[in-house]
Design a protein around this ligand. Sequence first.
Ligand SMILES: [Zn+2]
Length: 157
Amino acid sequence: MICAAVAPVQTTASLRHDVRGDADSRLEALRWPRRGPVCPHCGARHAYRMVCERSGGVRFKCARCRKPYSARRGTVLERSNVGTGPWLRAMALFLDDPGRGLAARIQRACGVSYKTAWSMARRLHESPDDPILQALRAERGADGRAVSHPFRERTSP
Ligand SMILES: [Zn+2]
């Protein structure tokens, strides 16, 4: 007997919203690990935090130059319509194994279309020095493997 178990497909919209707040805080911590937001326009550290009521997205307004910015600016997430949660998941997959099949793995894990997953994979490959990727890499330790993953530890040579 063949049992085909098909997992329900989550829509991109629901993935965007269910993890939005947590993922954005995580992104901020990765982007500015020491003392909070830094204005990309003038370098000031004092900013007003603005949360969009509709989407829950977080933006900042610089207290010195008054220009708005977000934690996504200057990272591979800049100018992307994909939510922060799916992006962080895609980055973890990239660090696990940047090789072939990355787009398909991103598509499965993030619930995005293959076209979107492919462009995410391309951005990751084109930006090895992305600040968020570097921060995640540093968290994983020198060999690039997730230090807190019990099963992965066992399979490492
Ligand atoms: Zn500024």
